[in-house]
Design a protein around this ligand. Sequence first.
Ligand code: C2O
Ligand code: CU
Ligand code: CU
Length: 396
Amino acid sequence: MENGLGEDTTVHWHGIRLPNAMDGVPGLTQPPIKPGESFVYEFTPPDAGTFWYHPHADSLVQMGRGLAGALIVEETEPLAADRDVLWVLQDWRLSGDKQIAAGFGSAMDAAMSGRVGNAVTINGTAPANQPVRAGERVRLRLANASLARIVALRFEGHRPVIVAIDGQPCDPHEPEDGRLVLAPAMRTDVVIDMQGDPGSRHDVIDDFYDGLAYPLTTLAYDTAPPLREHPLDAPLALRRNPLPEPDLTRTNRQQILLQGGMMGGGKLAGVGGMMGMSMPGMNGGAAWAVNGISITGDGHAGMAPQFTIERGATCHLIVRNETAWWHPMHVHGFSLLVLSRNGAPVPHRQWQDTVLLAPKDTVECAFVADNPGDWMLHCHVADHQMAGLMTLFRVT
Ligand code: C2O
Ligand code: CU
Ligand code: CU
């Protein structure tokens, strides 16, 4: 990787279980790469699936200006589909003259929902119609590379089946209410049998935010006769990746409390007073905390781990969202088996590296700490991470 920017950077390989020295956290796993300098990232990805990469320095601006890419590791036995399609979604805040608006890192964005924009692109371009053929089976890899926007996609007239989440195969299942919810950093692989009539059109609607539904794009059917009479009869289940199985009878139990953010009446919950900041969320100040501690920025030297796990032990991680905001919590270096949400078991054996918590949600996960090093755990709403919703743990 050659740094052609005018500022320091690093590359983080999101979701890939790799050696700690390749994880791309400045100050923690490597020194930042200076302008004009280069760094060799070298690793063998153990898992097949849909991953992505992005800078981990000045994240809000570097990612907000578009630095992100998908990284697909192919399966040895690929899924039977007629086409393999990738949609990397990005959200932009554009000013009146269609330029990227200034004002990255405002105190408002930091303490509320983050820098949600006003223009969503697919693979870097304004979404045009998506040409499809009647009868075909499409594997669609969805990745949300936005800074802050959460999407909930509905494919009108279609029934997508989720086959993998965050790159990890799950039991194939249809999403709840037919909505595919992807917060920043999350990926979902779905299989869609194109059962519409030749020549027909069907919108793909994003209706995550109340009252703000909009058509993201349109599936536009070719007029050609259906490719086949009946949907393909091939299995949808992907071969599982070699993830170590958590031993839930013997765990290292850790609790992570997400705190802070704006409350009703423009009051900041706790953190501001706690940290003694006059303007929380401003100029790198803290608006959020994990277990009472705010680590701001993208990663730096001298960060103390929140907890330590012995190598090979199963970590039982409980994440409680005490705030009034949504947070996609991301763990570097591991995939988490999601056990329960608000006490209810999570079905389909889902492994995720980024778990979305609604306001006041509690999620329980487990993972085997088989990879030594210091690993980040943070909210992937870039403004939240920068303003303190970040911590790290150590595997010895
Ligand atoms: Cu994709 Cu630390 O992040
Ligand atoms: Cu990551
Ligand atoms: Cu957050």
